[in-house]
Design a protein around this ligand. Structure first.
Ligand SMILES: NC(=O)C1=CN([C@@H]2O[C@H](COP(=O)(O)OP(=O)(O)OC[C@H]3O[C@@H](n4cnc5c(N)ncnc54)[C@H](OP(=O)(O)O)[C@@H]3O)[C@@H](O)[C@H]2O)C=CC1
Ligand SMILES: C[C@H]1O[C@H](OP(=O)(O)OP(=O)(O)OC[C@H]2O[C@@H](n3cnc4c(=O)[nH]c(N)nc43)[C@H](O)[C@@H]2O)[C@@H](O)[C@@H](O)C1=O
Length: 329
């Protein structure tokens, strides 16, 4: 990408989108286009059509989506499938219509079958049943991958789908129910410390394993992919020959390469926050997938290196939480 190239970051105020802006700006990209949800509702076909026709972005990073943790996915399944299908359909189609050179669509590791061999390779897509707690969201994301692949096959576009593992970092959503586990536990442990409570209750059995990646590492990985030379980027796009055995979707996993149990995570967050009380588990709450460690060797072999350990990432995130919630201190 040329440093003056017109780059549209969809979802620039979110956890990943805000880190994308930092990463692109730091690397010298100076022609970024952004719109908040209030300025441009990406589920609105006509508005998205007008926006693309007017702005004519050359590159698109699609980090706008309806996003949430296990409770939100399970409670609002209609919104998760409807809004995600609409956002990605509008943005991917208008990117084709307006000649976008490269597009990066963000999916999620939950697209893979619930009982996949570990670590999960890109080729395991659609080889088994999905996890029930987030199936509508996962199916929307699978449709997005298929859409990128179909447009590449039929129109010769360069639309790539990146599958992030569970993400966290500054700017996360710290809602008590709708958020993901890291921001939720940071909040729970912090509030228990401030209120001198003797116990923090963690959802589920504590035995599921999760792989976590810091948002800045995720953003840097996305920019790394968008900057690849043509031959390497084309390799990431898989194969478009539907008759060949090598028929592979344009898919790249983005993870950290290691996972921990929710119990270990809770203990780590307790330490970072400085909470001295007990941790208990509410097994009436769903565990979700028991394990979903991805094989990210494709992007690692291309040369991408993550910078943040879980410990340093959690410390940065707790500092971010405190800076937002200073009135509680
Ligand atoms: N967070 C995670 O753990 C994971 C995230 N992902 C994927 O990564 C991507 C980024 O997620 P993340 O940054 O965490 O999400 P956030 O919820 O933090 O941000 C989502 C962004 O999307 C925008 N948005 C949502 N709906 C609309 C809409 N209808 N029109 C316009 N903008 C909209 C929001 O805009 P505004 O701020 O203006 O309201 C927000 O900026 C998503 O595709 C998500 O599915 C994948 C795996 C894990
Ligand atoms: C990224 C991914 O995020 C979602 O899937 P998930 O991995 O299950 O995400 P989660 O972060 O919400 O939970 C991880 C684990 O942690 C446990 N857990 C304990 N205590 C809390 C807690 O207080 N809050 C939450 N949210 N979880 C908790 C929880 O029970 C589960 O076992 C998908 O729906 C989908 O959106 C998706 O792609």
């Amino acid at each position: 990408m040329d440093k003056n190239a017109k780059i549209y970051v969809a979802g620039h105020r979110g956890l990943v989108g805000s880190a994308l802006i930092r990463s692109l700006t730091q690397k010298g990209y100076n022609n970024l286009i952004t719109r908040s949800h209030a300025e441009l509702d990406l589920t609105n076909h006509t508005a998205v059509k007008e926006f693309f026709a007017t702005e004519k972005p050359e590159y698109v990073l699609l980090a706008a989506a309806k996003v949430g943790g296990i409770y939100a996915n399970n409670t609002y399944p209609a919104e998760f499938i409807h809004e995600n299908l609409a956002i990605q359909t509008n943005v991917i189609h208008q990117s084709y219509v307006n000649g976008v050179k490269r597009l990066l669509f963000l999916g999620s590791s939950c697209i893979y079958p619930r009982d996949c061999p570990q670590p999960i390779k890109e080729e395991y897509l659609l080889t088994g049943p999905l996890e029930a707690t987030n199936r509508p969201y996962a199916l929307a994301k699978i449709a997005g991958i298929e859409m990128c692949w179909s447009y590449n096959r039929q129109y010769g576009t360069q639309f790539l789908a990146a599958m992030p593992t569970n993400l966290y970092g500054p700017g996360d959503n710290y809602h008590p129910e709708n958020s993901h586990v890291i921001p939720a536990l940071i909040r729970k442990f912090h509030e228990a410390k401030i209120d001198n409570r003797s116990e923090v209750v963690v959802w589920g059995t504590g035995s599921p394993m999760r792989e976590f990646l810091y948002n800045q590492d995720m953003a840097d990985a996305c920019v790394f992919l968008m900057q690849l030379e043509d031959d390497l980027f084309s390799k990431c796009l898989g194969s478009n020959d539907s008759h060949a055995e090598s028929f592979q979707p344009p898919l790249v996993n983005i993870g950290s390469g290691s996972d921990i149990t929710i119990r270990e995570l809770a203990e780590k967050i307790g330490e970072v926050v400085g909470y001295q009380g007990n941790i208990s588990f509410d097994s009436t709450k769903p565990d979700g997938t028991l394990r979903k460690l991805m094989d990210s060797s494709k992007i690692f072999n291309l040369g991408h290196v993550n910078q943040f350990s879980l410990e340093s990432g959690l410390t940065n995130t707790y500092n971010d939480f405190k800076s937002i919630h200073t009135q509680k201190l």
